[in-house]
Ligand binder design. Sequence first.
Ligand SMILES: CC(C)(COP(=O)(O)OP(=O)(O)OC[C@H]1O[C@@H](n2cnc3c(N)ncnc32)[C@H](O)[C@@H]1OP(=O)(O)O)[C@@H](O)C(=O)NCCC(=O)NCCS
Length: 203
Amino acid sequence: MPFLLELKPLTSDLLTAAVELDRLCFGGLWTIEGYRRELNSPNSDLLGLVIKPAAQESRKINESEKEKKEKLALIAPSSPLLIGIGCQWAILEEAHITLIGIHPDYQGKGLGQTMFHALLKAAVARQMQRATLEVRASNQRAIALYKKFGFREVGRRQRYYQDTDEDALIMWLNGLHKPEFGQLLESYELLCRDRLAKSGWYI
Ligand SMILES: CC(C)(COP(=O)(O)OP(=O)(O)OC[C@H]1O[C@@H](n2cnc3c(N)ncnc32)[C@H](O)[C@@H]1OP(=O)(O)O)[C@@H](O)C(=O)NCCC(=O)NCCS
């Protein structure tokens, strides 16, 4: 059965789910107040990736079986389920990507790149010229994702992450305002959709 996804600005009814997802993805980075601040900030794009509720016919299975299958992601949930979050801040002409996380059970299916694409698209819509982010030097998955979209490492903050004493890589992407980048984003959108469709996801 195909899964229907929605990628949209986070709404206040999803704040508690966002904090829970934050705990799973980042070990508890932002509080509910932090998320609410982003949600209300005119300079932030806080996006959520939601699995839409199951169609009526898929609810005919018995309740305990449904619960098990929902957990295993074999069927769509009976209420909206937040499985991805992403945030970018617009500061002058720079987009600062502050957060991207996909629920651990749903990683590796093309959802991260779909979210990242949406954040960059939001930055382009705000007429940002450059994008930047910081990432743990050991986070190879995220670094590969960012490089895939053209980000390059330009520096390091030594021992930036206090919990592990780890360095932060500083990455940048220039030329967001150029027409070529708009075209690139369009082609990535198709790639993202194709990849999702292969995993049985439709957005
Ligand atoms: C980083 C993260 C967002 C990627 O999301 P995802 O849904 O698993 O990624 P996708 O399936 O969309 O993969 C997109 C690209 O990411 C990179 N990637 C994803 N999983 C990878 C892995 N296991 N190893 C190496 N690269 C990987 C690849 O470049 C991949 O493109 P490819 O499949 O064409 O090679 C996800 O792993 C995550 O939420 N991690 C925990 C939170 C985190 O570390 N966030 C970043 C710092 S804020």
